[in-house]
Write a protein that binds this ligand. Structure first.
Ligand code: MN
Ligand code: MN
Length: 467
């Protein structure tokens, strides 16, 4: 052995996926990423992602858990929670009380929500007031073509689904910004203040109609159009959930098309690969489960977020239906023996901003799925910090299946950080590890991931279900 070989065998080294995989694997990667782009274009809200998940589940033979009285090995079921949160499960050949292999990802993404009384007129223009959702850099959202997605009740009490801005022939919407010529004061502001939350108003119309004794003639026109099209009035917005998202479709990025640029990679890239992972998993020994949650970007609260009792309730139901009964001891044993891949994106090292990362412990685009012992910020605050035994076990499992993965954490120790659903799942007393795809420009209207990392995330979830 030469010194070079010995050194390499003794040291940690990341591997670029492209240099390691076969042509057949590259072809599989391309197919997966083409399907993923289609998923992103159809799923721009949590509700739309759930629809896609149900379609994928049904196509793979999954049935609604509510329609099933008992479960046997190989049975595939899904359980829906309020159209924004779903669990899919494949019953294992082993006793379910030996534990469940769970992969979890979130399907909400940072965006602008409409306020409950959003429509107003100013200077013969009609606009919609928004309240941003999740951690956005506000300056990134003006001058970007936007689409409107959501649900709203009409005057007859029927829930209407709105999607405008996605079809080739649809109009789009936009938030305007100041011209540089008049932006002297704005340009001197801190980036956090350059665009204020109350300036994120979406332009929705500008053609007044002739109307006697009506002052707001553009708003009047827009209300009439909305009423004609959806049967709604201004009051309808009060109970509506309408999200303003980038109208841009997912695109291949780079001359070599090695990346995908899109809105919502965080965390639909992990959601999609988790879905594909469970759908493609071969008859598992332990029961396999995938959970897609909402509300991660605002702290995982709410009845559709990771803190909701929904997962525990569904696991109880699964045990009951697989086992005939579920005592508290059965539930406790199952949970304690279960393990979870908390699948969420990590920060990809960015050549434009090398100063925020610590090179040895960063995740790099193209170097495979990130598997992280902990996330958190400032002294590991807000992380579950996986146990050594579990990190070791998962690493071995990945290696055995040819999954290319890398370790990392979110930037320099004092730079910032973040957390995700891992800690809430760990609170239940199961082993949890953070894993996911490195993302460039995270939380922006056009996030970027390497296709090779998407592929390795998929391989990782599939391997995990063999545990
Ligand atoms: Mn995330
Ligand atoms: Mn996020």
């Amino acid at each position: 052995m030469t010194d070079k070989e010995l050194y390499e065998s003794l040291s940690y080294g990341r591997k670029n996926v492209y240099l390691e995989i076969s042509d057949a694997e590259k072809a599989e990667m391309k197919d997966l990423c083409d399907s993923y782009r289609a998923f992103l274009d159809k799923g721009k809200t949590e509700r739309e992602c759930i629809k896609e998940a149900i379609a994928m589940a049904k196509a793979a033979g999954y049935v609604d858990l509510d329609t099933v009285d008992s479960l046997k090995p190989g049975d595939k079921v899904y359980k829906l929670n309020r159209k924004k949160n779903i669990i899919m499960a494949v019953i294992g050949t082993e006793d379910i009380r030996n534990g469940i292999n769970i992969a979890g990802a979130h399907i909400d993404s940072p965006r602008l929500d409409l306020k409950q009384n959003p429509l107003y007129e100013s200077m013969d223009m009609a606009l919609l007031k928004t309240h941003y959702y999740g951690g956005i850099k506000k300056y990134q959202w003006p001058t970007v073509p936007l689409a409107i997605h959501g649900v709203i009740y009409d005057k007859d009490g029927k829930q209407q689904e709105i999607v405008i801005g996605e079809d080739e022939n649809d109009p789009v919407f936009v938030i305007t910004d100041l011209l540089p010529h008049l932006a002297q004061d704005q340009m001197l502001k801190k980036m956090t203040e350059g665009i204020e939350g109350e300036s994120l108003n979406v332009l929705i119309g500008g053609a007044p109609i002739k109307a006697e004794d009506v002052k707001e003639k553009v708003k009047f026109s827009i209300l009439k159009m909305l009423n004609a099209r959806y049967g709604i009035t201004e009051n309808s917005f009060i109970s509506a959930e309408i999200e303003i998202v980038p109208a841009q479709k997912a695109k291949n990025v780079g001359l070599d098309e090695s990346f995908i640029g899109a809105y919502g990679h965080d965390d639909r890239v992990c959601a999609y690969t988790t879905l594909r992972g469970i759908v493609d998993a071969e008859a598992p020994k332990r029961t396999a489960m995938a959970i897609l949650v909402d509300k991660e970007e605002i702290g995982s609260m709410g009845n559709t977020g990771a803190k909701s009792a929904f997962m525990m309730m569904t696991i109880t139901e699964l045990i009951e239906k697989a086992n005939g009964t579920c005592s508290l001891t059965d539930l406790n044993k199952t949970i304690t023996e279960s393990a979870c891949m908390s699948s969420d994106v990590s920060a990809a090292a960015d050549p434009n901003y090398p100063s925020v990362l610590e090179a040895n412990n960063a995740t790099y685009a193209g170097y495979g799925v990130g598997i992280m012992k902990y996330t958190g910020a400032r002294g590991k605050s807000g992380t579950s910090d996986a146990n050594s035994e579990f990190v070791y076990e998962i690493g071995k499992l990945m290696d055995a299946d040819g999954v290319i993965w890398q370790t990392g954490e979110l930037g320099k120790v004092d730079q910032g950080g973040g957390g995700t659903i891992a800690q809430y799942v760990a609170d239940l007393n199961m082993d949890v590890i953070d894993c996911g795809v490195p993302v460039l420009s995270m939380h922006s209207p056009f996030e970027v991931v390497a296709k090779s990392d998407v592929y390795m995330a998929y391989r990782a979830y599939k391997a995990f279900y063999k545990r």
